[in-house]
Every structure is written in structure tokens, then in C-alpha cells.
Design a protein around this ligand. Structure first.
Ligand code: PLP
Length: 439
């Protein structure tokens, strides 16, 4: 009898005992093609020798030094490497242990920045519906996933939510993608005005929405307009790249593709690639300077921030992404996989949209392609899809999002960047088998 508290008490998972490349192996020797990298985590695949050696080497030197007393070599090197490649003016890196912590830190830093600047009235955060920013209370409040929030609503800080930029569902007939993006961005300005300019501390969004929408990028021009609006009202722009960052969408930082620089950027998942729990919040010089020239202390901190072994793993991961030119590979393999999905499933009566960037791809399931009608939630399509795929030896990430109240089902694919053509054939074959059984 297991004493581990599982995610689903009615669905106890098998035990993983091995990981090799794109596969995980359980105690029965069954192999699973990890087509979602867990949840967009395992970007290097399993068993990467360079990362393993980097972790062991760091353990031989020093496993832990509390950042209240000492920094560590890998933390220093990783911060410099990230800043070298990050959108300017990001300049400082605050290491944490995962995505929710990165988002919590970002919300608190945004608040403290305004306090240091003598603007205590800035206390409203604006985020978007159908988004996920993590499961701790602050991050959960920022997210717009009604299902995850429901039972904790009384404990959550008050966050305003505007519509996401979701072209497949939201663009009107006769409206260009650009016009649609501008209309969606306008919701931010309207909400700032409604709340009162001078009361909003930040706007938070995922450049490519992962868990709640299934790899949905914004249309061109949306984030540029968002940046302008934030600047106009002194609102900080926080981009959450916990899922879509670290090369996943074809550039090290997803914001690069949208041509915007946030004031604060959150990363996690692919940063540790599953080898260590690590996340980070990057902030601009302007924000750091406000604290440096003000109180001198960010009123935050966890025991394990900047952990030497976690940052050593992160450093090895980012070096692997750069030295092995894996981001070019993401672009190439991503384009190939998307094309395969379109060729094979593009006319499927129940697949309404195939989308995404790089190796961050999504499919949306609909009961009627023309009307884009979501399936009846009681069918629990996502859960059935996940179970059937898993039985077929495939790990993928089907989810039910909430399209402004109405459920919508989608699947997220986020395979390791080392995915080769044979893996793709296997993936598509197993997906087909799964769709045949469930749809
Ligand atoms: N932000 C985004 C965009 C995410 O997708 C997630 C997790 O899926 C998080 C934050 C939370 O990260 P974690 O689960 O590491 O706390």
C-alpha cells in the first residue's frame, strides 16, 4: 500500500523506474513515449548525461549554501547566461524552485516596486481568463481557470480578468487577425481605466497559452499593443513563460518572437528540464534599481532559492540548448510535426484546430467543426483521452479548458527537443489509435 498522496486518489499511477531519451519505463518494463515532456518539462528527454554529470559535480563541491549567507558559482553563471540571452532590459535573475513560486515572486515584486516608488494605490493585478499561472494562492488568483479556482475563491486576492487572445474562438467574421489582436488588447486599456489608472500594478499573460488553451499564441501585434498600453499607464508587464519558455516555442524566450520585452518574466519547467526543481523570475534594471535605491530588501524569499544543485542543473540545461543548437531543432522538428498533424488529422470531423509554435503544439476537439461547439463536459473527453493514450504507451496532455464558462477540450503536445522522425511516426500512430477509440 502506497503512502504517497497521489494527484488522483481513484487513479493510482504506475511507478517509473527508468527514463531513456524520449521514453519513460515503468516497473513492468512498459515504455511510454513522452510526447508532452510530462507537462512541457523534459525538453532534453530523459537520462541526459551532461546534466547528470553537472549535478554530480556540484554535489561533490557543495550541495547547499543558504542565499542569506552565500551565493554559489552555478547560480552566478546561470544568471549571467540567462541575462545574456534574455530580452533587454531584463537584468537580474531571482531563482526559485518552480513555476508557481516564480509567479508569486513576480506579483510580490511588482507590488513592492510600486511601493518603493511611492505608489501604494497600485494594488490591482490584471490577468486573462483561460490562463494558468500556478497553484499557490497568489498564482491561482492570477489564473483564470474556473475549475482550479472554484473551491479556493474565498482565499484568493482580487484579480481582474480580461479575454485571452484566442483567434480560433474569438475572431469575428470579416475581422483581420490584426484587428482582432488590437480589439483584445483594448480590453486591457478599458480595464485599467475602469479600475482607475494609478491603481493597477501589473498585467500578467502567457505569450503562448499552454495548459488551459493548448498552445495558443497571440496574433501578431497583440503583445506590442499590450506593451504600449502598460507603458502609457505605468503598469508592469509580467510574462509567464513557465511553460512556453526555454526554447519550447522556437526561441530561448518566447517573448522574443512577439518582439516585446516584459518588465518581469517567469520561467521554470524547461529550465531544469526535470533534472532539478528550479524556476526563475527575471526583472528589469528599473525594478531592481527601485529596490536597490529604496529599502534595499525584497520582502520575499524561500529557503531553497538559488539552490546550488538546482542551478547547476539549470546551467547544464541552458548550455545544452545552446551548444547543441537544440532551438533550431525545435523549429525544424516542430514545423515537421505540425505538418504531419495537419496532414493526418486536419480533416478529422472532431478536430477543429491544430496550432502552436515550435514543439509546443495543440489540437482542439469540437463536436461540430463549423460551429466550433465544445463537447459535452459530462463526456470527460480529456480524462478518457489521457487514459487511452497512456494505455497505448503515449504520454500526452489532454485538458479541458473553460471557454468563458463553456468547457472546451484540447490536447497539448510538448515532446523532448531530441524527438526524431521515428518518434514522430510513433506519436502520430498512437494519437490516431487514441482518437479512434475516444472520438
Ligand atoms: N505558469 C504556467 C504558464 C504554467 O503552465 C504552470 C504549470 O503548469 C505554472 C505557472 C506553475 O508551475 P509549477 O507547476 O512549476 O508550480
Amino acid at each position: 500500500m502506497s503512502h504517497v498522496f497521489p494527484r488522483h486518489t481513484k487513479n493510482i499511477p504506475p511507478i517509473a523506474v527508468g527514463g531513456e531519451g524520449c521514453y519513460l519505463i515503468d516497473t513492468n518494463g512498459k515504455q511510454y513515449l513522452d510526447a508532452s515532456g510530462g507537462a512541457a518539462v523534459s525538453c532534453l528527454g530523459h537520462g541526459d548525461i551532461d546534466v547528470t554529470i553537472a549535478i554530480k559535480d556540484q554535489l561533490d563541491k557543495v550541495a547547499f549554501a543558504h542565499t542569506g549567507f552565500l551565493s554559489s558559482e552555478p547560480a552566478e553563471k546561470l544568471a549571467s547566461l540567462l541575462i545574456e540571452h534574455a530580452p533587454k532590459p531584463l537584468d537580474k535573475v531571482y531563482f526559485v524552485s518552480g513555476g508557481s513560486e516564480a509567479v508569486e515572486s513576480a506579483i510580490k515584486l511588482a507590488r513592492q516596486y510600486h511601493l518603493e516608488n511611492g505608489e501604494p494605490d497600485r494594488k490591482h493585478l490584471i490577468a486573462r481568463r483561460q490562463s494558468y499561472h500556478g497553484n499557490t494562492l497568489g498564482a491561482l488568483a492570477a489564473g483564470g481557470n474556473a475549475w482550479r479556482r472554484a473551491q479556493f475563491d474565498p482565499l484568493l486576492i482580487n484579480v481582474s480578468h480580461i479575454a485571452p487572445c484566442y483567434e480560433y474562438i474569438g475572431r469575428n467574421d470579416g475581422e483581420t487577425a490584426h484587428q482582432y489582436g488590437q480589439r483584445m488588447a483594448q480590453e486591457l486599456e478599458d480595464e485599467i481605466i475602469r479600475l482607475g489608472p494609478g491603481t493597477v500594478l501589473a498585467f500578467m499573460a502567457e505569450p503562448v497559452v499552454g495548459a488551459t488553451m493548448g498552445a495558443v499564441p497571440a496574433v501578431d501585434g497583440y503583445f506590442k499593443r499590450i506593451r504600449e498600453i502598460c507603458d502609457k499607464y505605468g503598469v508592469l508587464l509580467i510574462l509567464d513563460e513557465v511553460m512556453c519558455g526555454m526554447g519550447r516555442t522556437g526561441s530561448l524566450f518566447a517573448a522574443d518572437i512577439d518582439g516585446v520585452a516584459p518588465d518581469i518574466l517567469c520561467i521554470a519547467k524547461g529550465l531544469g528540464a526535470g533534472y532539478q526543481p528550479i524556476g526563475a523570475m527575471l526583472c528589469s534594471d528599473k525594478i531592481f534599481a527601485a529596490i536597490e535605491n529604496g529599502s534595499g530588501f525584497f520582502q520575499h524569499g524561500h529557503t531553497y532559492i538559488g539552490h546550488p544543485v538546482a542551478t547547476a542543473a539549470g546551467l547544464a540545461v541552458v548550455n545544452a540548448l545552446l551548444d547543441r543548437d537544440l532551438i533550431t531543432r525545435v523549429q525544424e522538428q516542430g514545423a515537421k510535426l505540425k505538418q504531419m498533424l495537419e496532414n493526418i488529422f486536419g480533416q478529422h470531423p472532431y478536430i477543429g484546430d491544430i496550432r502552436g509554435r515550435g514543439l509546443f503544439l495543440g489540437m482542439e476537439f469540437v463536436s461540430d467543426r463549423d460551429a466550433k461547439t465544445p463537447f459535452d463536459p459530462s463526456l470527460a473527453l480529456g480524462a478518457k483521452m489521457k487514459k487511452t493514450a497512456f494505455e497505448n504507451g503515449l504520454i500526452c496532455y489532454p485538458m479541458s479548458g473553460t471557454r468563458d464558462g463553456k468547457l472546451g477540450d484540447h490536447m497539448l503536445l510538448a515532446p523532448p527537443f531530441i524527438l526524431d522522425n521515428n518518434h514522430m511516426d510513433e506519436l502520430v500512430e498512437k494519437l490516431g489509435k487514441t482518437f479512434d477509440a475516444v472520438l
